[in-house]
Design a protein around this ligand. Structure first.
Ligand SMILES: Cc1cc2nc3c(=O)[nH]c(=O)nc-3n(C[C@H](O)[C@H](O)[C@H](O)COP(=O)(O)O)c2cc1C
Length: 193
């Protein structure tokens, strides 16, 4: 089983990276193969809205690190996508990545990578925020989950980590277990099938 982590934060060793890594660690302990991509290391340019991706077979005309991510997504069973909350929504890096996925989707917004009867890609969507109130952005988080479901991802869980203003997430020991359990359950759920 292959699981990839996408960390849509500019801070390569920040809270998002730690959270996604913990989920991957739990999956690795159960035998999954994992790979992670830190958006702070990647060059992903914004969609130019040229529609070239829908006019032929050439795909997106922008040649940058999105090609790496597309290839990794094609070969993954599950994607762990993490973003910090920036100004009450996902980071700009996360939104640029999502806009670039347009090249993978047909005009009815169904994925090209999903062949007839193929299993949906599983997704763990995780947000983290400074504000301690876990209800504060719930409507936005529900909306974003629904957006991924429209893109035909099977969204398994949406862990939201709050209150990260007063110190790094690394200090929250009880969180480690919860996040690792999410990763390990991705593997055990598949083994049960
Ligand atoms: C530009 C910016 C905007 C932010 N906006 C919010 C916000 O609207 N609400 C919130 O609770 N936290 C906000 N935060 C705090 C981050 O969500 C939080 O510190 C997060 O854990 C950072 O993740 P990172 O370490 O991966 O960068 C903001 C931080 C930055 C830098």
């Amino acid at each position: 089983m292959k699981i990839i982590g996408l960390m849509a934060s500019p801070r390569k060793e920040g809270n998002t990276a730690w959270i996604v890594n913990k989920i991957l660690e739990g999956a690795r302990e159960q035998g999954a193969e994992t790979q992670c991509f830190n958006f702070g290391d990647l060059d992903i340019k914004p969609c130019q809205g040229c529609w070239a991706c829908h006019k032929g077979d050439q795909g997106c005309i922008i040649k940058d690190d999105m090609e790496k991510l597309n290839d990794a997504m094609d070969h993954a069973d599950t994607i762990v996508f993490g973003s910090p909350i920036y100004m009450m929504q996902m980071s700009a890096q996360a939104k640029i990545f999502i806009d670039r996925m347009f090249a993978r989707f047909s005009p009815r917004y169904s994925p090209y990578f999903q062949e007839e009867n193929a299993a949906q890609k599983k997704l763990i969507l995780t947000f983290n925020q400074g504000n301690p109130d876990s209800d504060l952005f719930q409507s936005y988080i529900d909306y974003t989950k629904h957006m991924f479901e429209l893109l035909e991802f099977d969204v398994k869980e949406v862990p939201v980590v709050t209150g990260l203003r007063n110190g790094p997430v690394h200090e929250k020991e009880e969180l480690q277990t919860a996040l690792k359990n999410i990763g390990s359950s991705l593997v055990s759920e598949r083994l049960l099938k």
